[in-house]
Design a protein around this ligand. Structure first.
Ligand code: SF4
Ligand code: SF4
Length: 446
């Protein structure tokens, strides 16, 4: 399949990825488990301070359909339950567990050979119980993503979020969109049996939907995976090496020709579900092994790491603890970016935990960290020529810079997909993405 829709964007330099594809990060001495997504949607803790917990044990849950349960990612003692900062500086109620060093699991993980025979309702129930979450934006529990309105009986147990349109296309996103990210390519290489099993489960959940696996132009699928995919009727979409192809709104547009109705719409409004290849592996582990999501693949780079390395990191591992444990980390990082080089956000503190949303961490030494300028926009138009959302980033940035947020909204600030291209191409090195995010945040507070 070729690109259905062309888009503006940029070609980014290729990155080196280290082998083995994925390593286990050292077991953390403590984990900080946020009980919510942001400050508004928060689970209730179901453990108490001083209680011993096992790996995989439920520590927080909620009746909110759009909130996934939280499990302990290590075994040990609940040392505290208190607010802890998230990457945006919000204080989110969190359960802090200190490790006993044993990593004893709540239940022995066992592979159910007949997991592909499970009924749809059982699959959704397993996903809900395991707390598998699709990385954002927007972050969403997987069971909610697959709730279909035309099957009310099967989904009665879910509180029921009516979808605007049944999902007719599922895109498995195997494209590592930007430098610093390499997790999706790694699971396509290393977890082909889970990728196949995950696709079979998705096909069962949405039996009338076509499934498309999207890979980058360098995304080599091994021959047996490619032929098994063909046997399942899965089409492979091979994209160009052009950023931001891997970002959801652009990927959907290129694969299906459909456009998410921004600013308030989402992929479900146009009958599409995008599932990250890494999330697909968690989906299989939830259904096959009844394994709660207690870890995720995080790509680490910078600070002398050289090639990008993928680690399986326990959720709740505090970034500063991880930095102390990684032998491969050389140099003294002065800046940590959560996410890729284009869309990532600099952390204001390294005492932030890894969450289900942390797909990459970039450690930058003083020599590697880039700084932005306070210079004025010179109206060169470079950002306009590259913006994939067809906006006028220079103008928007000026409105945000001078606190004219309503004017920015009127000029479609909320249609910005936060790809970061305007910051990448700006010859004046203006902090474009920061200004867009700043403006959006100010508008969200009014
Ligand atoms: S305005 Fe938004 S969508 Fe356009 S290039 Fe900048 S960050 Fe990307
Ligand atoms: S690229 Fe930079 S200087 Fe040029 S118009 Fe955009 S914001 Fe202004």
């Amino acid at each position: 399949m070729g690109l259905k829709t062309s888009f503006r964007g940029v070609s980014l330099p290729p990155q080196k990825v280290s082998n083995p594809a994925i390593e286990d990060a050292p077991l953390p001495q403590r984990v900080v488990l946020p009980l919510g997504q942001g400050v508004e949607r928060v689970c209730q803790p179901v453990v108490e301070i001083g209680e011993q917990v096992k790996t995989g044990q439920l520590v927080g849950q909620s009746g909110d359909f759009l909130l996934a349960p939280v499990h302990s990612s290590i075994s040990g003692l609940v040392a505290d339950i208190r607010p802890w900062f998230d990457p945006l500086g919000n204080e989110v109620l969190s359960v802090i567990v200190e490790s006993d060093g044993n990593d004893s699991w709540q239940e022995e993980l066992r592979s159910d050979e007949s997991f592909l025979e499970k009924e749809r309702v059982q699959i959704l129930s397993d996903l809900k119980a395991a707390g598998v979450v699709e990385t954002g934006p927007p972050t969403m529990p997987l069971h909610a993503k697959f709730a279909q309105p035309e099957r009310p009986k099967e989904f009665l147990f879910l509180v029921g979020i009516p979808l605007a349109k049944p999902v007719d296309t599922v895109i498995i996103n195997g494209i590592d969109a930007e430098p610093g990210m390499a997790g999706k390519g790694a699971v396509l290489q290393k977890n082909s049996s889970e990728i196949l099993a995950g696709i079979k489960i998705v096909q069962k959940l949405l039996d009338s939907a076509q499934v498309i696996l999207a890979v980058g132009s360098n995304g080599s699928l091994n021959t047996s995976l490619a032929s098994e995919l063909a046997g399942l009727g899965v089409k492979v979409f091979q994209g160009k090496d052009k950023y931001p192809l891997g970002l959801t709104p652009i990927l959907i547009k290129c694969v299906t020709g459909r456009e998410i109705p921004l600013p308030d719409g989402n992929e479900q409004d146009i009958g599409v579900a995008v599932v990250d290849a890494v999330t697909l592996v968690h989906l299989v582990e939830a259904v096959r092994d009844l394994k709660p999501q207690v870890e995720r693949v995080v790509s680490l780079s910078g600070a002398g790491v050289g090639a990008v390395k993928n680690y399986k990191v326990r959720l709740g591992t505090v970034v500063s603890d991880l930095m102390g444990q990684l032998e491969s980390l050389k140099g003294e990082p002065v800046k940590v970016i959560a996410g890729g080089a284009m869309t990532g956000m600099a952390l204001f503190s390294a005492d932030i935990p890894v969450t289900k949303n942390t797909d990459a961490l970039i450690f930058q030494t003083a020599g590697e960290a880039k700084s932005f300028s306070q210079d004025a926009c010179i109206n060169c138009g470079t950002c306009v020529r590259h913006c994939p959302a067809r906006l006028l980033p220079g103008e928007l940035s000026k409105y945000c810079e001078f606190g004219m947020f309503e004017e920015a909204r009127d000029k479609y600030l909320l249609h910005c997909i936060e790809c970061g291209i305007c910051a990448y191409v700006c010859p004046e090195k203006r902090p474009m993405l920061h200004l867009m995010r700043f403006g959006k945040r100010e508008l969200s507070l009014t």
